[in-house]
Each structure stands twice: as C-alpha cells, then as structure tokens.
Ligand binder design. Structure first.
Ligand code: ATP
Ligand code: PAU
Ligand code: K
Length: 279
C-alpha cells in the first residue's frame, strides 16, 4: 500500500492506495495540531510500503511525522517546492517559499490540463495560474470561508455554510446574523475567484481551464461562472506525478482526475469582466 499525506494548517488528510491495482482503499483526516498516535483515525502502517507527503504545517510537525513513519515504512518521499518540475517553472521570486500544496496542485493541473487555473479552497483560498507553455505566474491567497467567519467574532463560527445549498440562495441578503455572515463570506470568496480568473485570462490573452480542490471546493464551485472541474485529490495528484510508484502513475495517470471542460472563449471572459467593471 502507498500512503499519501496532505498535511494542511488545519487538517491532515490521508489516503491509502493499492500499489498493484491503483485503487484507493481508505481515507481519513486528523487534526494537524494533534499528534499521530495509534488508535486515532490513522491508517495501519504495517501494510504501507511507501509514503508521499505534502506538508505546509510547521517544520517540527513534518519532522515528527517523518521520523514516526520512518520507523515502520521503508520509503518516505517528502515533496518540496522547486524552481522547476514536470515542465512547470515556478513563478515565485523564492520558489521554495511557494506552499508545497499549491505547487502540487499546479503540477497536477498542468499534467492533466496543460495551462490552467488551480484553486484550493481550504483554510486559505489559493488561486494559481500556469500558462500553456508551463510558466507559473504565481497566484493569490485569501482567507478561507471558515477563517473569514471566525475573524468576525459574531458568535456564528460553529454554523457552517451548508455545502448543499444552492449558490443562488447563498447570494441573497441574509435576514439573521448567521445568514448575513454566511452569504457575505460566500459572495466574497466566489467574487474573488471569478474576478481573479477573468483578470488573469484577460491580461495573458488566454482562456484557461479551471480546477478546484479543498474542503470547500464544492460549494465555492457552485458560484463559479466559468466551466470548471472539482478534483478533491488534486494535491495527491501532484504527489503521484512527482513520485510515481505504480505502473499507472508512471504512465502519467492520476487517481480521480476529472474530465476537464473546455474553458469559455476569451471574448466571453472579457465581456463578463467588462460587465462586472460597470457595476
Ligand atoms: N470538520 C471540519 N473542520 C474544519 N474544516 C472543515 C471541516 N469540515 C469542513 N470544513 C471546511 O473545510 C475547509 C478546510 O478545507 P481543507 O480540508 O481543504 O483545509 P486545508 O486545505 O487542510 O486547510 P489547510 O491546508 O490550511 O489545513 C474549512 O474552511 C471548512 O469550511
Ligand atoms: C497558503 C497556504 C496556507 C494554503 O494551504 C499554504 O500554501 C502556505 O502555507 N503557503 C506558504 C506561503 C505561500 O504560498 O506564499
Ligand atoms: K490545503
């Protein structure tokens, strides 16, 4: 079995992948601030022959996790943000400072769709761009839905946005505090993603496919106007592309990769942008 680990600021997500069949056998998540200890919701390490890790947590968390894993797993691969990988040139002035989760998302997106816009809706919302030739432009970081809500301190932090609500409903004026907050932050997030996407496509003169991942991807995607695909395993896809271990991975296949719809035409994107600037 292969253990893939995505250690975020809040949640550490894992999945177990069968090295022979490429099937995903199980998944889970644990709080990043809590230590990995047997008994918690963590996978059985006895069956694991290799681990691949993307971590944006404090260095100490990664060190502890790696040393714990090394006791029972022969192969431990830790992803890093590099100046260049798999045909993509990192756009950061200091490439190693780009969050490795963003780098994994960009590499997976590029491998799947070529030039693209990669959006991660987690504790933070990040929007990254890579052009068809492989030049990563850098991106945008804004607070995620939960962080925005917590920062308001209106006693609404425990009432999450229902991920099944319709976007239309979430865009109406709220008539209670919790609704006003949920609709406000939702509008902030989707407006930002829509605007950022159109601005960058307009500026670069190219309509890019859009991919979304992260805990809030589904609900944010419902407010995104441009054609897009949600790919919950996008960060894992980057790990598969960087450290291919199975036959399928060596052939460039990434688990759970969605069909990516063609983007809207550049003229349509530009018209939408011009319209939103009139408002
Ligand atoms: N039990 C939960 N705990 C925390 N967040 C949750 C939970 N369930 C859903 N969420 C939503 O998922 C989002 C976090 O998504 P995700 O798991 O992608 O975070 P993350 O990418 O791990 O963030 P980070 O990488 O910074 O830890 C939160 O903004 C929140 O709205
Ligand atoms: C932005 C987050 C928190 C998103 O998980 C992560 O990618 C990170 O810690 N990045 C480092 C800062 C940067 O990417 O510029
Ligand atoms: K993340």
């Amino acid at each position: 079995m292969i253990l893939d680990l995505d250690i975020g600021n809040t949640l550490s997500k894992w999945r177990l992948k069968d090295a022979d069949s490429s099937e995903i056998r199980s998944r889970g998540a644990v709080w990043t601030r809590e230590q990995w200890k047997p008994g918690a919701d963590i996978p059985d390490l006895d069956v694991v022959e290799a681990v691949r890790i993307s971590s944006v947590a404090r260095a100490a968390v990664l060190e502890q996790t790696v040393s714990l894993l090394h006791r029972s797993v022969p192969q431990v691969h830790v992803a890093r943000s590099t100046p260049e990988a798999l045909g993509v040139v990192n756009g950061y002035v200091e490439p190693h400072r780009l969050g490795v989760d963003r780098w994994m998302g960009v590499l997976a997106g590029y491998q799947l769709a070529g030039g693209c816009c990669a959006v991660d809706c987690g504790s933070a919302i990040t929007v990254d761009f890579v052009l068809p030739g492989g030049r990563h432009l850098g991106g945008y970081i804004l607070p995620g839905l939960r962080l925005m809500k917590e920062s308001l301190k209106l006693g609404t932090r425990n009432v999450a946005i229902d991920p099944d609500s319709e976007a239309e409903e979430l865009l109406l004026p709220g008539t209670r505090t919790v609704e006003a907050v949920n609709h406000g932050i939702y509008l902030a997030a989707v407006s930002a993603v829509n605007r950022i996407y159109s601005e960058v496509c307009d500026r670069e003169g190219v309509a890019l496919p859009m991919l979304l991942t992260g805990g809030d991807a589904r609900v944010v995607a419902r407010g995104v106007q441009s054609p897009h695909a949600v790919w919950p395993d996008m960060v894992y896809g980057g790990l598969e592309a960087c450290f291919p271990l199975t036959a399928a991975e060596r052939n460039g296949r990434m688990s759970g990769a969605p069909r990516v719809p063609a983007p809207a035409g550049l003229e349509k994107i530009r018209a939408g942008l011009a319209f939103s600037m009139l408002l």
